[in-house]
Write a protein that binds this ligand. Structure first.
Ligand SMILES: Cc1ncc(COP(=O)(O)O)c(C=O)c1O
Length: 403
């Protein structure tokens, strides 16, 4: 059978129309370069939406995957498996927390956290203590619980009714926080650095007040570190930078080294909440994904990639500031390690489209924010190519406008 042409027309005929895919078919990658079927090399500043922390083709990762795949690809959680145990031990050691659960995607980690929070809250004899709150402008996923916490019209319109007992606190608004949390609150979900929301970091004052209110009302703080975690912002967990001391932590994206894997890690407080049969998944903690996760975390430490995220991130920030001094199109820059948002004066997809034509992949989020989430392995020379391309795009636009 002749394979179908990998074109946008075929894509439209095969799939539900829920993705706005770029008009390129990719076949492989090398380092920070993604290669399309016509051999074009793209400098990848998106890294599979923050997944490919090691870039493409890391031998330690591919060997860990192939050797585990040769032994055992799947057995299910009816059994115990070494790769799960080793990865769990690593994550518990890194977080200082007590117990964890593996799932497959970010949204599933959030669902598990919602369930754990509600069941935990149930023990206090207050049937109203079921409320799960999140922060405006957040993104936690697309299944019903996670989507109910996300609650941005773009993600929820047409899918109502949402989960009952969810609500939203204005991001970094302490008086709104004080107004919204109460004895009814079971958990507050926070992204320390909001990703889809345009790269905004929670304020220290907000976190400090949240922790005080946790003492007063006894709720859980859940850190969604799905995008900002695993070293991207310069520390393994982003929440340590604001000393958030979460009760539950959600990880995903790079955790499985590119294979589907997520985790919910919990403190002693919630360690015994789940009991047999309460929660589970057929694929969660797949041994190949866990083997990849172990290799990925080892490489992050061996190659000092968190330090790289910190120094290269600052370098990108400085370079973009220089661009901002030259080009009025740049309105603001926010940089936390290698999680970078550049606010521009029009829809960011306009610039992402121009960059694609110049073989640089950047992502548009929150309407007018260019988001950079490059592999943590990126070098100064590779960054320079991206900066030079952005410079060129803004300069060309200025020249066109001058005509
Ligand atoms: C902060 C955050 N939470 C949750 C999710 C959902 O993860 P997934 O797409 O793996 O379900 C994402 C995905 O972008 C995210 O960035």
């Amino acid at each position: 059978m002749t394979p179908l042409p990998v074109t946008q027309e075929t894509e439209q005929s095969l799939f539900f129309h829920n993705y706005a895919r770029l008009p390129i078919a990719v076949t492989h990658g090398e380092g920070v370069w993604l290669v399309s079927d016509d051999g074009t090399r793209y400098l990848d500043m998106i890294a599979g939406i923050g997944v490919n922390a090691l870039g493409y083709g890391d031998k330690r990762l591919t060997e860990a995957i192939s050797s585990q795949a040769a032994k055992l690809i799947h057995a299910s959680n009816l059994f115990m498996m070494q790769p799960q145990f080793t990865l769990a031990e690593k994550l518990l050691e890194l977080s200082g927390l007590s117990k964890l659960f593996f799932a497959n995607s970010g949204t599933e980690a959030i669902e598990a956290a919602i369930k754990i929070a509600r069941k935990w809250a149930g023990q206090f004899g207050n049937p109203q203590k079921k409320e799960v709150l999140s922060l405006s402008n957040c993104f936690h996923g697309r299944t019903y619980g996670a989507m109910s916490l996300t609650a941005k019209p773009k993600y929820v319109d047409g899918f109502e009714p949402l989960l009952d007992g969810t609500g939203m606190i204005n991001f970094n608004d302490i008086s709104d926080l004080e107004e919204k949390v109460s004895r009814k609150t079971a958990a507050v979900f926070v992204e320390v650095v909001q990703g889809e929301g345009g790269i905004h970091r929670i304020s220290q004052q907000f976190i400090d007040r949240l922790k005080e209110l946790r003492l007063q009302y006894n709720f859980l703080i859940v850190a969604d570190d799905i995008q900002a975690g695993c070293g991207r912002t310069g520390t393994f967990f982003s929440y340590t930078q604001v000393n958030a001391e979460p009760d539950l932590v959600c990880l995903a994206k790079p955790l499985g080294g590119g294979l589907p894997l997520s985790a919910v890690i919990g403190s002693e407080k919630v360690a015994d909440v789940l009991s047999y049969g309460n929660h589970g998944t057929t694929f969660g903690g797949n041994p190949v994904a866990c083997a990849a996760g172990i290799a990925m975390i080892n490489a992050i430490f061996e190659d000092k990639l968190m330090e790289n995220a910190e120094t290269i991130g600052k370098y990108i920030n400085d370079e973009i500031e220089k661009l901002a001094a030259k080009h009025r199109q740049i309105l603001d820059i926010r940089q936390y390690g290698l999680m970078i948002g550049i606010t521009v004066d029009k829809e960011a997809k306009f610039y992402a489209g121009k960059a694609l034509l110049k073989h640089v992949l950047v992502n548009a989020t929150s309407v007018n924010v260019i988001r950079l989430l490059p592999p943590l392995t990126i070098s100064r020379e590779e960054v320079q190519l991206c900066i030079a391309t952005l410079d060129e795009i803004f300069t060309e636009e200025e020249a066109e406008n001058a005509c």
